[in-house]
Design a binder for this molecule. Structure first.
Ligand code: PLP
Length: 380
């Protein structure tokens, strides 16, 4: 406790101080040596590490049941760091069409650097078995997926990855650690856009990589230090504040999402609802197996038959907000083909089930009756 850089005041402050210092005065060459060689916890330069950031990393590691965690400036920075650290020219990556559109953009850059990529439909995730090769070094998935909330059996993917010693990386942004712990199911690394439910208030950007082994933490730390994607202390402090209410928000988002999914499922103007909490959903069985405390706050649905019908519905909403992002206190909707998937070629966007009239909804923590009433009036 005496050397804890966060307790310089005798008693420990209730809120982690925002250490805005970029660099630190060396107290002696001996202390510098001890820090550099990892004998003591200490700080020299913010790009390497920062005490406010480090506190948050330990909290996220605990939430995910991880050995340690590296946080970064954004969720995309976390994905970039993961690919840069664990893939190189000639390696093979297996992934799924149903992933955040930003990862699709990132895949174009990976290909430029000689990484070979196989894309599969998340609904047919068992096909992975036929696509694993000797040079497969990583399987990367989201479960539930963005935007069609498809569920992938993480234990199954883990078995396939183990056949060739590949890493299994799971983006747990949609599920959150309140509902799903991929590391316990055998994944090696868990990625988060902490901009979403972990932060939860639309006021910060951050990413996180929870690591099952210290060795992965060390490698990712090296990459972050090298490329400069360390989160600033102020955002780390906001993220820590978000984490204090994370579980209670995740619970409420999930309860609201379930009620919204049930309401929409019975509505004549809704052609299909995608939510693993519904017994009729194709991912329900796998979700029961690997998710707990409910099925998360994300769902999708097809409004009428055309993009125009979906647009009219969205524009009629009063309480529910038309915006991208997710996992925050407000309830948000967007049309994935016009937003998160915009960069993909049109035929690719729709080839794995997303339609021009598909709406993605992120349930917030608001009053459920007000949300149902808003949906009801917009569907009149
Ligand atoms: C599932 C998922 N992963 C990663 C990201 C990227 O996160 P960020 O916007 O924090 O870079 C997003 C963004 O929406 C996402 O939905």
């Amino acid at each position: 406790m005496k050397n804890d850089p966060l307790t310089p005041y005798g008693n420990r402050p209730m809120v982690t101080p925002i250490v805005s210092a970029v660099n630190y005065q060396y107290t002696s060459f001996e202390v510098l040596r001890q820090i550099t060689e990892g004998e003591i916890d200490g700080y020299t330069y913010h790009r390497d590490d920062n005490p406010t950031v480090r506190t948050v990393e330990r909290k996220i590691a605990q939430l995910e049941g991880a050995e340690d965690c590296v946080i970064s400036t954004t969720g995309m920075a976390a994905a970039t760091m993961t690919f840069l650290t664990f893939l190189q020219k000639g390696d093979h990556l297996v992934t799924f069409h149903d992933i955040y559109g930003g990862n699709y953009k990132l895949s174009l850059i990976l290909e430029k650097f000689g990484v070979e990529i196989t894309w599969l439909d998340a609904l047919n995730y068992r096909d992975v078995k036929e696509h694993i090769k000797e040079n497969t070094k990583m399987i990367f998935c989201e479960s539930p997926s963005n935007p069609l909330i498809k569920v992938i059996d993480i234990e199954y993917l883990c078995k396939q990855a183990d056949r060739v010693n590949a890493l299994l990386v799971v983006d747990n942004t949609f599920a959150t650690p309140y509902h799903q712990k991929p590391l316990a199911a055998g994944a090696d690394l868990v990625i988060h856009s902490a901009t979403k439910a972990l932060g939860g208030h639309n006021d910060l950007m951050a990413g996180a990589i929870a690591c099952s082994k210290k060795e992965y933490y060390d490698k990712l730390w090296f990459t972050r230090q090298a490329i400069g994607t360390t989160l600033d202390a102020f955002s780390a402090s906001l993220l820590e504040r978000g984490l204090k209410t994370f579980e209670i928000r995740a619970q409420k988002m999930s309860e609201n999402a379930m009620q919204i999914a049930q309401f929409l499922n019975k509505h004549p103007k809704i052609k299909k609802v995608y939510y693993p909490g519904l017994e009729t959903d194709i991912g329900h069985k796998a979700a029961i197996k690997q998710m707990k405390n409910g099925f998360g706050g994300m769902l999708a649905f097809d409004v009428g038959e055309t993009e125009n019908e979906a647009k009219i519905f969205v524009e009629r909403l009063n309480k529910i907000i038309h915006a991208v992002s997710l996992g925050c206190t407000e309830t948000l909707v967007c049309l994935p083909v016009l937003t998160t998937m915009l960069y993909m070629p049109l035929e690719r966007r729709t080839s794995f089930g997303v339609k021009p009239n598909t709406v993605r909804l992120s349930a917030g923590i608001g009053n459920i009756q007000e949300l149902l009433d808003d949906l009801g009036q917009a569907l009149l």
